[in-house]
Design a protein around this ligand. Structure first.
Ligand SMILES: [Zn+2]
Length: 509
């Protein structure tokens, strides 16, 4: 029913000043920057349009878009493009040619098959007639994680079943619920006032769940098209007490593979007296890279790390961290290096890591097999913090291996993205905090950096705009797991929050 709010009439006529049916709100909004003009109308449009927002979300979930399997991406991009058009924006589905960062066949016919083309990016724009000088950009992703294990889902992962306040499905909140709330917010503004308080852009990519491999290329190719003054990041958490978490940063991530080779083929282990075992080489090399307390011992590793400021530390102190339930959740007795309290929070937000993601070599089946393996591989992920540069850090690893007699251990960087952190004193951050506090009914928690990685640095580098995350992702929404769900009450608050952000951001000079 409420889908009517985005009926085709709205789509075709909302562009012009004389948007039918909103003469009164147009008049109120016609004063341009008058305080809050149009906001009340947009907020009531959001409140009245909740059911329509849920239907939008269900439509999105029912279009599977699993980037890991390259499934349904183009279809989902087209669906989103049409939903954005329905909301009153101009949309485009952008493509890149294959190549660039993705490895290429060497030119011989017998080479590996070419990689699939990069998933499209959905771009949409609505220019503000009253305030064309400020631009707010929403970054999101339409791809989702694989739905497996399917048998653990209570409802079909792509059925988008609604039960009371919840909508279940893969991508329900990561990231389709967040998208639905944003489209509803912008659509309500357009529908109710015939305009938006600042220029609005959407950049919705299709491979966030597999590392955003082509996003930097899209960002540099379409730098001018995507130009903006502030970016609202793809998600935002709501803590168990219902407080919105305003996030200012993401760590970076470097993924490295180490390979050691021994004999030409697996050998009888009696020869271990003569032949070097590559598994030992990997273990010995790894043991020179990190101390048991987590400190990375590669020379120069911390040279470029930006120290936490006194203000950062104050924000961390105010953040909640329930150590006991965290330990219970993960079944661990204590933390690395004996960290506790503020130390643990500082590490989550601002410490670099060297993690062994996996080691493989030789025989690991049941029972015994006396073998001296031919090859050993270790997969390592390093969380990076501002201002570490992945290529420089990788250079430190190769130099360290050579300097310590491990020139035979080959290192390869599979992925590298730098960290990003927006300054808490930015006006944009204050705008988002105020909007979140008014919409969620409680003071937001400011989180200086998410412990996970994301392509925020690519945005800051290409567009030079501050990035802030805020949204309706309840912390226990089972994202990436079976029974992922979105909470309708939080999506509604998120849509209202987005209206308030557009309003206050648009009014600032
Ligand atoms: Zn995700």
């Amino acid at each position: 029913m409420a889908r009517k709010a985005y009926g085709s009439q709205g789509r075709r006529t909302a562009r012009g000043r004389g948007h039918a049916g909103s003469a009164a709100t147009d008049a109120a909004y016609g004063n341009g920057r008058a305080e809050g003009s149009g906001l009340e109308a947009a907020l009531s449009g959001v409140a009245a349009g909740t059911e329509g927002m849920v239907l939008d979300l269900q439509r999105m979930i029912r279009q599977p878009s699993v980037s890991a399997r390259d499934e349904g991406l183009e279809e989902c991009a087209l669906l989103l493009g049409s939903m954005l058009e329905d909301a009153g924006l101009d949309s485009e589905v952008l493509h890149l040619k294959p190549g660039g960062r993705v490895g290429r066949a060497s030119g011989t016919r017998a080479g590996p098959p070419p990689p699939p083309p990069p998933p499209p990016v959905v771009f949409a724009e609505r220019r503000s007639e009253s305030n064309p000088d400020k631009t707010l950009l929403f970054y999101n992703h339409y791809d989702v994680q694989p739905e497996e294990p399917v048998e653990l889902w209570r409802y079909g992962p792509f059925d988008a079943v609604r039960r009371g306040n919840r909508v279940y499905g893969r991508g329900a909140i990561d990231d389709k619920g967040e998208i639905a709330a944003r489209i509803r917010a912008v659509g309500s503004y357009i529908r109710e006032t015939g305009d938006v308080p600042c220029n609005i852009k959407f950049v919705i990519e299709g491979e966030e769940e597999i590392g955003s491999g082509h996003l930097p290329r899209y960002l540099s190719r379409y730098r001018r098209k995507f130009a903006c003054d502030g970016v609202i990041w793809e998600f935002g958490y709501v803590d168990p007490r219902g407080r919105p978490v305003v996030g200012l940063g993401m760590k970076g991530l470097m993924f490295v593979e180490l390979t050691a080779r021994g004999p030409a083929g697996d050998a009888h282990s009696s020869l271990a007296v003569l032949i070097k075992n590559p598994a030992w080489r990997i273990v010995e090399a790894l043991s020179t890279m990190r101390r048991a307390d987590g400190r990375i011992t590669i020379p120069g590793w911390y040279d470029d790390v930006r120290r936490l400021t006194a203000r950062d530390v104050r924000l961390l102190e105010a953040e909640e961290f329930d150590e006991a339930s965290f330990r219970r959740e993960y079944g661990v007795d204590g933390f690395v290096g004996g960290l506790r309290g503020l130390g643990a929070k500082k590490a989550l937000a601002g410490a670099a890591t060297c993690n062994i993601a996996g080691i493989s070599s030789g025989y690991s089946g049941s029972g015994a097999k006396t073998v001296l393996p031919a090859v050993a591989v270790a997969k390592l992920d390093f969380r990076l913090v501002p201002d570490m540069v992945p290529s420089r850090q990788f250079g430190l690893i190769t130099r360290h291996l050579e300097a310590n007699g491990f020139a035979d251990v080959r290192a390869r960087m599979l992925h590298g993205e730098a960290a990003a952190r927006t300054d808490p004193s930015e006006q944009f951050v204050r705008n988002v905090r105020d909007a979140a506090s008014a919409s969620f009914g409680s003071e937001p928690v400011v989180c200086i950096s998410n412990p996970a990685a994301g392509p925020m640095h690519a945005f800051q580098k290409a567009l030079g705009a501050p990035c802030v995350s805020v949204g309706g992702t309840y912390v226990f929404s089972k994202i990436h797991s079976p029974n992922e769900f979105a909470r309708v009450d939080l999506l509604k608050k998120t849509a209202a929050c987005m209206c308030r952000i557009m309003d206050v951001f648009g009014r600032q000079s």
